[in-house]
Design a protein around this ligand. Structure first.
Ligand code: GZL
Length: 330
């Protein structure tokens, strides 16, 4: 049975639960763990949590990691081991196995791609460690591989982006910059967007792996291959920002010669909207560390949890002001 979390738009509400705890530990991008213990670490109600973050590829991921680390603290009763996988699935699988060996109470992770997790998810299940799935989704044969998933409705984000294109540029010749191929965010955004605009309006696609540099490189090639392209849909702001550099280098005006629609709504992306280089940005809110903390505490205490918690999104057009951008959390 494929266990794929399909999401319907909804609004999640949650209350962060505060408790006393004493130890935190995290690993840098070299994968080595560093821990900072305060007096009497690991006493009382502390929950040992292993968190495998997929990488630091985008402004969104940086904001998400900041939110996770701001919530999963010793003061909130969490003894955190944090691992950055540098967008490599093998690093995530190693980190998950390390968490099993460490005997953590709860595992949380954001899977870089949807497949390839069956073996390690079964090992986690056999070790009877509950899993809180964060942000990205998994396709797995393991039955009930996680207690709850918290993230955005990626398909709805693609639909929202597509609806704006249909309404404002119905005859556009679209190039699509895909996120990391095989990731839930890429698969679902593409599904929602393509179904909304119609495949016949899409002249070409390529992956920029959710990074600015790879987005720029893919756009440079696309400008050569599809000279009649006049609209870009980028699965995240960072690839859209890289694409702006390629468009300007080609002597074209981003936001005019080539309309740009993206997803995320990080500060740099919304600044591009204020600067009229982006035309429409669908938000994908990365700041949900408190919801992850709440889920971890409920999972640990055996309390009931919804299978899915959707993080609320909105969308922005060029009516956004500099004050709006300056007031944003991320
Ligand atoms: C979405 C998240 C995506 C962002 C990208 O929830 O998984 O990954 O849209 C990030 O910026 O790389």
């Amino acid at each position: 049975m494929l266990n794929r979390s399909r999401r319907t738009r909804g609004i999640a509400a949650t209350i962060a639960v505060l408790a006393l705890g004493l130890t935190a530990c995290s690993t840098g991008s070299d994968g080595k763990a560093t821990s900072t213990s305060t007096a009497g670490g690991g006493q009382g109600g502390t929950i040992k949590v292993g968190f495998s973050q997929l990488g630091a590829e985008s402004g969104w991921r940086t904001a998400n990691t900041e939110s996770v680390k701001a919530s999963l603290t010793a003061e909130n009763g969490i003894d955190l081991t944090f691992s950055d996988a540098q967008q490599k699935q093998e690093n995530q699988i190693k980190a998950l196995r390390d968490f099993i060996d460490q005997g953590v109470d709860v595992i949380a992770f954001s899977p870089v791609v949807e497949t390839g997790w069956d073996e390690v998810l079964q090992e986690i299940k056999d070790a009877e460690i509950p899993v809180v799935l964060v942000d990205r989704t998994v396709d797995t044969l393991v039955v009930d591989p996680y207690v709850t998933w918290i993230g955005a409705d990626f398909e709805a984000e693609g639909i929202t982006a597509g609806e704006w294109v249909v309404e404002n540029h119905p005859d556009a010749k679209i190039f699509e910059l895909q996120g990391t191929l095989g990731s839930g965010a890429q698969v679902d955004r593409e599904t929602g967007f393509d179904a909304t605009v119609g495949a016949d309006h899409i002249v070409g696609k390529a992956s920029g792996n959710f990074t600015r540099a790879e987005g720029k490189a893919a756009m440079e090639a696309a400008l050569q291959a599809y000279p009649d392209m006049n609209l870009l849909f980028a699965h995240n702001d960072d690839m859209g920002l890289g694409a702006i550099e390629a468009i300007e280098a080609a002597g074209k005006v981003p936001g005019k010669d080539i309309i740009i629609v993206t997803v995320d709504g990080v500060r740099d992306g919304l600044q591009a909207l204020v600067d009229k280089k982006f035309n429409y940005v669908v938000e994908c809110n990365p700041v949900f560390g408190d919801q992850i903390l709440d889920a971890i505490k409920k999972v640990h205490s055996g309390a009931q949890l919804p299978r899915t918690t959707i993080v609320f999104d909105q969308a922005f057009d060029q009516t956004i002001t500099q004050a709006d951008v300056d007031a944003r959390l991320y």
